[in-house]
Structure formats: C-alpha cells, structure tokens
Design a protein around this ligand. Sequence first.
Ligand code: ADP
Ligand code: MG
Length: 298
Amino acid sequence: YTNISEEYEPLEVIGKGSFGTVRKVRSKTTGKLLVRKEIEYTSMNPQERNQLISELRILRELDHPQIVKYYRHDHIIENKSIHIYMEYCDGGDLAQIINNFKKNKEQVPEEFVWQVLVQILLALHRCHYGIDAKKVNLFSNSSGIEPSINSETVVIHRDIKPDNIFILNSGKSIKLGDFGLAKMLTSQNDFAKTYVGTPYYMSPEVLMDNPYSPVCDIWSLGCVLFELCTLQPPFQAKTHLQLQTKIKRGIIPEVPEIYSSQLRSIIKECITVEPEARPSCFELLETLSIKFLRKEME
Ligand code: ADP
Ligand code: MG
C-alpha cells in the first residue's frame, strides 16, 4: 500500500474524544481489529499540539501487556490530522462498566476490584520505574529495596480515571490507556493550566500545582478503586472550589463492609493526602505478592 490509511478498512465510530473520533478499523492484510484515533490538530493550540507529540513519544516507548498498545501513527497533511493506530479494547472502559453496575443496582464483585488494582499496578510499575523497568525482575528482588527512579525515563500518567482504564476479553485483561496528560518526570509542571474537566481523581499535590512524583497516580488509582466499591467517586462537590477543599482534606466515606478489610485499607492508604506517606507502586505490589502467596499456601 502506498499510504498507511489504505492498509485499513474503516469500520464504525466507537467514541468521540475531546479532539476527534475513535474508530474501529480492520487491517486488510491480517484481518486484525484495531482502533484509530483520528485527531484534527487545527482545533488545538500550540500547547495541546506539543502535548500530542509528547503523548506519541511516550506511547512508542511503553510496551507492556497492561498498557493499551500503540502501533503507529500517520500524519495526513492535507486534512491537518493525525491518525493513531492502537490496540482495540473490546470490553470498553471502566466508566461504562461502573455505569452498568449503577443502572442494574448491583455491586462490583470484589475479585474484579482486585484485578483492577493488580493489573493497573503492573502498568504503573512499567511507567514509574522507567522505560527500562522490563529488566527489573519484580519479585526476585529479595532485598525489598525499591528500584531507583531514573528521572529521564519515568512516566507519570497523571490522569488515571475510569475512562482511561480499558477492558479486554470479557474482563480477563485490564489495561491503562490514554496517556494524553502523561509526562516524563524531567519536564516542567504545566499541568494545571491545560486540564479540562472535573478533577475528581486528581491528587492534592497536582491540584495545588505543587511538585509531584509518581505517587500522584497511586492517589488516583485509590479513587478509582473506591468508585468501583461504592459506584461514586470519593470526592464530590457542587463547585470546583468545594471539590478542591475536600480533596485537600482527604476524608473519604467508609467503603461498605461487604468488601474485605484488606481491600478497604489499601484504598484508604492510596488516598493519603501527604505524598510522602502514600505507598509507592512497588510497596503495594510487594504487599500484594505476599497476600497472594499466602492464599496459595492455604
Ligand atoms: P478523550 O479522552 O479525549 O475523551 P478517548 O480517546 O479516551 O477520548 O476516548 C473516546 C471514546 O473511545 C471512549 O468512549 C473510549 O472508551 C473509546 N476508546 C478509546 N480508546 C479505545 C480503545 N483502544 N479501544 C476501545 N475503545 C476505545
Ligand atoms: Mg480518555
């Protein structure tokens, strides 16, 4: 094929994003289903364009079973648009799942909440401990010493929320996607000015435009787990200012007791206002590996 778009048969549109359309496509050579994000950059300001370029750079580097796979992108100059080809997630996103449970007045099974926790932690491990994290063998590190963070390669997602967590194979596989606001640790903090939407899941330090570190993603993950258990985000308010006040205070309602005390306490720990006191991805994975080993020995 002379150009990339000819290699794919366009299928139905599955969603609208803030800058364009998300469409299902099929590869004419392999028959494989993919998703194509069709972004028109004319509606973007220079800062947003830079963000897009940085997202593409990050996506190319991240290759992990728990991260929505990026395949390639295509710059279509005559349409002033960029097409990003990505893995198709047949189960939609967590926001849709939460809505379905709400509609049916049902509770999310605890097992599924654990699956989200474990699989998103694995994705974050890949991001937080550097592009070379593949080489870090997660549990053979018997010293228990946290892998050091190489500042040049660390990726912070910064926008973990139900809409950005995707489901595949009827819930068996859970993946982190939409790195639109992700940042390499070295670049400066220009986040607060570009964020649109209600920051229900945003950590206090990011919200206040303070210096932040990878644990801001752990806060957001805690908020997502809370919402899975209660079908409501932990912090809600009528105005932006009230929401900000609540997040800074960090007091959350009790998670219902149908969920185990272990799960409830992990959620509480993730939603810790002081970033220094919040568990890291590594610490949480270590706790979990002990839990699962115990379960196996029972
Ligand atoms: P935005 O974050 O700009 O609103 P997204 O690209 O995240 O836009 O998503 C738009 C819609 O497309 C959402 O409904 C989302 O669930 C869906 N979507 C995005 N990426 C995928 C994917 N890889 N597989 C399946 N659905 C997707
Ligand atoms: Mg999104």
